[in-house]
Design a protein around this ligand. Structure first.
Ligand SMILES: *[C@@H]1O[C@H](CO)[C@@H](O)[C@H](O)[C@H]1NC(C)=O
Ligand SMILES: *[C@@H]1O[C@H](CO)[C@@H](O)[C@H](O)[C@H]1NC(C)=O
Ligand SMILES: *[C@@H]1O[C@H](CO)[C@@H](O)[C@H](O)[C@H]1NC(C)=O
Ligand SMILES: *[C@@H]1O[C@H](CO)[C@@H](O)[C@H](O)[C@H]1NC(C)=O
Length: 285
């Protein structure tokens, strides 16, 4: 038996991959559903095995067709189960291609269809495409301290323009507010500041219900210092949870996209001090 016949990916002939797929369907704000699935791909990469579920089909002439060789194209048809046990019920198939696209062999570009065959999702598919190592998801809960007491020297949100002859209030169409709230990681406003929420709110609903929000989340703490997130969207001011989009970012959050919710966590009427909880979910590089 020739030694050189040994497949190079031994001993992992049989890999179990865990894919946590979070599918977010973009739609009308109130329509969004989120589905979390944990799927186990049963992946057999033994070179030449008749039951291999991932095989190289093309590559650079004269080079071995391996996962780390730039230009190698693999076709895959893994079966998917809901538990790590490969004898558990198949719930679908992962069919598609992987292409090694990093010249250094580190990155693979993934194009696969998740084709559900079980009863619950039968006929449904999900398309997955990305450079395999790229997207990260960050989830944060931030607490904004918002002081809206009219005329207070320490107010963090103040009206700066509006319709002539009308009071500059949150419910008056056309009122423009500028804000600079500091935020912390806990509801206690005496806890260390982690950043500032700087930007504008404009009451953009003729009926005074909706506000248009344009704010930058500017991190000042060590972990994210220098990084920012841009938030823009319509805030339905009188709803318990107001959802807006995260449209961009810088620093650790380059190319960020996602969403944020705002909830009034506490409100002290005499001083107009509000603590607003902002939950941010972003995907970024
Ligand atoms: C999905 O998972 C995330 C992260 O674990 C969690 O925050 C979120 O609430 C989950 N969503 C659902 C609908 O279970
Ligand atoms: C694939 O074939 C190998 C060699 O015949 C065998 O040892 C292995 O159990 C097979 N795997 C599956 C999942 O059928
Ligand atoms: C803002 O000023 C008011 C009035 O002087 C004071 O009661 C309140 O504690 C101040 N808030 C903060 C967070 O400094
Ligand atoms: C914000 O996050 C907290 C902590 O995970 C959670 O309890 C709360 O329900 C979230 N708020 C919204 C509007 O999703």
């Amino acid at each position: 038996m020739a030694q050189n016949f040994l497949p190079e990916r031994l001993p992992n002939l049989f890999l179990v991959l865990l894919v946590l797929a979070t599918a977010i369907y973009s739609a009308k704000v109130t329509d969004l559903k989120e589905t979390n699935l944990s799927l186990f791909f049963q992946d057999i990469s033994a070179p030449g095995a008749v039951n291999a579920t991932v095989i190289p089909v093309a590559g650079v002439a004269g080079k071995a067709q391996t996962f780390t060789q730039f230009g190698t194209v693999f076709v895959t048809n893994d079966f998917i189960t809901k538990s790590a046990d490969s004898n558990s019920l198949e719930v679908g198939r992962a069919q598609g291609m992987y292409v090694t696209v990093g010249l250094d062999g580190l990155n693979s570009h993934v194009m696969i269809s998740i084709v559900f065959t079980n009863k619950e999702y039968s006929g449904s598919t999900l398309e997955i495409q990305a450079k395999a190592t790229d997207l990260k998801e960050t989830i944060l809960s931030l607490f904004f301290l918002d002081i809206s007491a009219p005329g207070a020297a320490n107010a963090t949100v103040i009206p700066v323009a509006g319709v002539a002859g009308k009071a500059q209030t949150f419910t008056q169409f056309g009122t423009v507010f500028v804000t600079d709230d500091f935020f912390t990681k806990s509801a206690d406003s005496n806890s260390p500041e982690v950043g500032l929420a700087q930007g504008m709110y404009v009451t953009a609903g003729l009926d005074g219900l909706n506000s248009h929000v344009m704010i930058s989340i500017v991190f000042t703490n060590k972990e994210y210092s220098g990084s920012t997130l841009e938030i823009q969207g319509v805030s339905k001011q009188f709803e318990v949870a107001r959802e807006v989009s995260v449209v961009a970012g810088t620093g650790k959050f380059r190319f960020a996209r996602g969403y944020a919710t705002f909830e009034t966590y506490s409100y002290h009427v005499p001083t107009h001090h509000a603590v607003i909880r902002c939950n941010v979910t972003v995907q970024h590089y």
